[in-house]
Structures are given as structure tokens and as C-alpha cells.
Design a protein around this ligand. Structure first.
Ligand code: PLP
Length: 415
């Protein structure tokens, strides 16, 4: 009910927040070709043929400016494979952000290692001071850095801190495929960049992922780990064969390859990605502009040194109680706007808090708790028009007014 204050009929948004675009026709045709010839396994090639996966790896390496790229089964697999390739062992400690998604601590747990969570700043990036503290207190030599929701920290400073402490960096670029920090593409600061091609990311193969690296030894290990058997010479974006001579004896096979059907679907999407990024950012800016100066709601400013991909948007409801946040998101939901809250005590759908991963020893991150308590997240699929995004922002704004304007009068600290 609207307390009688708003007699005009309200706009409702009817789009789906989980509906992505169709696969480009070119990708469908290429996938049908692969099915017709039947050589779906990446190492199953006819005489003189280069597999779709090997071609895609070459194109992806070029896209992100890496020497080497490896197609794998998922983003989660890419992270686990990177940890194995750096020889992280059971019981080792691995640093990561307190604000991330379940596959990140999951990858650490998959090798028997223990996540050590680092606080997150108000701009949603890893807190570099706390990182230095946790490096010293944990003795960890590996950081699995999650560029969660595409927010990039000061990567120059981060690399200085990590290099000085001999900490190797693996970047989780599930939300930064196509983003850059300064002139450097996201994923190219650390030893490995990890990417996902799951339906809700920037390329859609249903499932899939990539690892990129400039480190020949580490990438040779990753290739053998991914299940190359002794067929690594069929790769293109790979280290020279000599690099495999030693490691082929000592590297286990933990199969997680990409197949030619997925690669066929992905290659035309990769060519379109720069246009898609522009389209995402047009939509992002439409929502961001519509939300600025909304009572009770803080838009998250992005560092100008980073170029982001606006495939989702976040904002804060500082100082609001769980009940207030729930009421507000329920009001938006009634008008078709699906918001996710990262502060909920119970994990819901894709959204969970670090303290809900109970296989990890209990840790306390007071700053991150405060932040997540008011953190709202919204997807921006490209099936939305810019006009749709303006309507979505207007709905959020109106509901924030209704929900929070009285709160602001009561509380001098809010807003
Ligand atoms: C989706 C996602 C991943 C992993 O991707 P999958 O391909 O689903 O395994 C990793 N990190 C973040 C932050 C993600 O959102």
C-alpha cells in the first residue's frame, strides 16, 4: 500500500533479470558444423585441422594481451587449476576477499587449503591495509584476488604489496573479462588470470572458463593438469614443448578441458565483446545516473583508472536494518525489479556471505560485515534496453523515497 500518497498507477518493469541474449547465428552455425563432424573433444582433430578450442585460446590470449591461454570447463575449475599449478598444498593458507562468490573459497577448499579472508573497503575492493596485515599474520604466499562485481582495486599498489612479500597473485576475473586497470587488461597483473564463460558472465557457453598467464612453467603445468595427456603440442597459445619435458612426469591429470562445441559458440561472441561492453556500460550509466542523489542510497563510485564492464550494478543502503532492507527489496520486487542483498543471514541463490561458508574456520571481518549489511546488487542483462534501465532506476528511486525519507528525518546520520 502506498499510504494514499501516490494516487497515480505505478510503472512496473516486466523484463527478466536472468535472460541473456541468444547465441549469435554465426556461433550456432559453427556449433552445428562441430556436431556434424563429431570431433567434439579438443584433441580429436582431422589431418591438418586446428581444433576450435585451440583457435579460441589463441584469440583469447590476444584479446587480453597474454602469452598463453587455456580453455577449461568452468571459472571455478580455472581457479582450482591455477592453485594446483602454483603447487598450493593441503593445509596451506590462501588469501582472498571477504566479499566474493562461493566458487572462490570453494576453489581454495578443493585443494585442501584454507581461505584467509581480507576486509573489503567501501568501494567494494580488497582493503590493501588489511591485506598487508593478513599477509604478515597468516604467512600465506598466495592471494586469490576476486575482482568481485568488476570493482578493481589499485592494482599497482596491490602488486607492490604482494611482490614485496613474495605473494603470488591469481586474479578471479569472472566479472572483469574485458576490463582494464590503466593500460593493463584485468587478469594480466598476477601469475594467472581466471575467467568464466558461464551463462551469467560476459561470454555465454553455459559453462566454461579460461586461464591466462605469461609464466611458461606455470602454464605448462596448468595444461597438463587440465587433462592434455601428452597432446599439448596441439595447443597454439601454449609454451614451447621443451617446457613440458620436466613437468609431464610430475604433474597429475585433473581433467577439466573445454570442448570444441563450446569453443565454436564462444569465438563469435569474443569478436563481439567490445561492442557488448559498450552496450553494458550504456545501461550501467543509465541506472547510475537515475540513482544518484536518491535518499538513503549511496551509489558506488568507480576508480577512474579502471575501465569496467557494467554487467551488474551495486549500491549501498548505509545504516539500514535488515528489516528495512528486506522491506525495500520486497517493494522493488513487487514492481518487477529484482535486487539481491549481500547481507542476508541465510545464503540465497548465488548470494552468500563469507560466514556462511562454514567449512572455513570462523573469521571476523567487522568492516566487511558493516558493508555487506547494506549492499544491494542488481544484474543488467543485455536483453534490457537503455530505456528499461531508466525505468528500473526510477522504480528503485521511488521505492527508496517511500521507504527511507522518513528514516532520514529521524536519523541525523543517515543519507
Ligand atoms: C561465476 C563466478 C566464478 C566462477 O565461475 P563458474 O564458471 O561458475 O565456476 C568465480 N568468481 C566469481 C566472482 C563468479 O561470479
Amino acid at each position: 500500500m502506498e499510504d494514499g500518497s501516490n494516487p497515480t498507477p505505478q510503472d512496473v518493469f516486466s523484463g527478466s533479470f536472468t535472460q541473456q541474449e541468444p547465441i549469435p547465428e554465426e556461433g550456432i552455425a559453427a556449433a552445428i558444423d562441430v556436431m556434424r563432424h563429431g570431433r567434439l573433444h579438443r584433441y580429436n582433430v582431422a589431418d591438418g585441422e586446428t581444433a576450435e578450442v585451440a583457435l579460441l585460446e589463441e584469440e583469447f590470449a590476444e584479446f587480453v594481451g597474454a602469452k598463453y591461454a587455456l580453455g577449461v570447463a568452468s571459472g571455478g575449475y580455472a581457479m582450482g587449476c591455477a592453485l594446483r599449478a602454483l603447487e598450493v598444498k593441503a593445509g596451506d593458507k590462501v588469501l582472498s576477499n571477504g566479499f566474493t562468490l562461493a566458487p572462490v573459497p570453494g576453489a581454495i577448499a578443493s585443494v585442501g587449503a584454507e581461505p584467509v579472508f581480507v576486509e573489503v573497503s567501501d568501494n567494494l575492493t580488497i582493503d590493501l591495509e588489511d591485506l598487508a596485515v593478513k599477509i604478515a599474520s597468516s604467512g600465506s604466499k598466495v592471494l586469490l584476488l576476486s575482482h568481485m562485481r568488476g570493482h578493481l582495486c589499485d592494482m599497482d599498489r596491490l602488486m607492490e604489496i604482494c611482490d614485496a612479500a613474495d605473494v603470488q597473485v591469481i586474479e578471479d576475473c569472472a566479472h572483469t573479462m574485458g576490463a582494464t586497470w590503466g593500460d593493463t587488461p584485468s587478469g594480466q597483473h598476477g601469475v594467472f588470470g581466471c575467467y568464466s564463460c558461464q551463462t551469467y558472465k560476459h561470454l555465454n557457453a553455459g559453462e566454461g572458463g579460461f586461464l591466462t598467464s605469461n609464466d611458461a612453467r606455470a602454464m605448462a603445468r596448468a595444461i597438463v593438469l587440465s587433462g592434455s595427456y601428452m597432446l599439448y603440442a596441439r595447443h597454439k597459445a601454449a609454451p614451447p614443448e621443451s617446457e613440458f619435458e620436466q613437468i609431464k612426469w610430475s604433474t597429475p591429470n585433473v581433467s577439466g578441458r573445454m570442448d570444441n562445441l563450446r569453443a565454436a559458440i564462444l569465438r563469435p561472441q569474443l569478436r563481439k565483446l567490445p561492442d557488448q561492453i559498450r552496450a553494458w556500460n550504456d545501461r550501467y550509466k543509465a541506472v547510475e545516473e537515475g540513482l544518484r542523489n536518491t535518499p538513503g542510497l549511496t551509489v558506488i563510485n568507480r576508480d577512474e583508472r579502471g575501465v569496467y564492464v557494467g554487467s551488474s550494478i551495486q549500491f549501498l543502503l548505509p545504516g539500514k536494518s535488515g528489516v528495512e532492507v528486506d522491506n525495500f527489496t520486497a517493494r522493488c520486487a513487487r514492481r518487477g525489479v529484482e535486487l539481491k542483498w549481500f547481507g542476508a543471514a541465510e545464503p540465497r541463490a548465488f548470494t552468500s556471505r563469507y560466514d556462511s561458508w562454514r567449512y572455513v574456520g570462523a573469521q571476523r571481518l567487522p568492516a566487511t560485515d558493516r558493508l555487506l549489511g547494506g549492499l544491494i546488487d542488481m544484474r543488467l542483462p543485455l536483453t534490457f534496453s537503455v530505456e528499461d534501465c531508466r525505468l528500473i532506476a526510477r522504480i528503485i528511486r521511488e521505492e527508496a523515497r517511500t521507504s527511507f525519507e522518513t528514516t532520514i528525518e529521524r536519523s541525523p546520520t543517515a543519507g
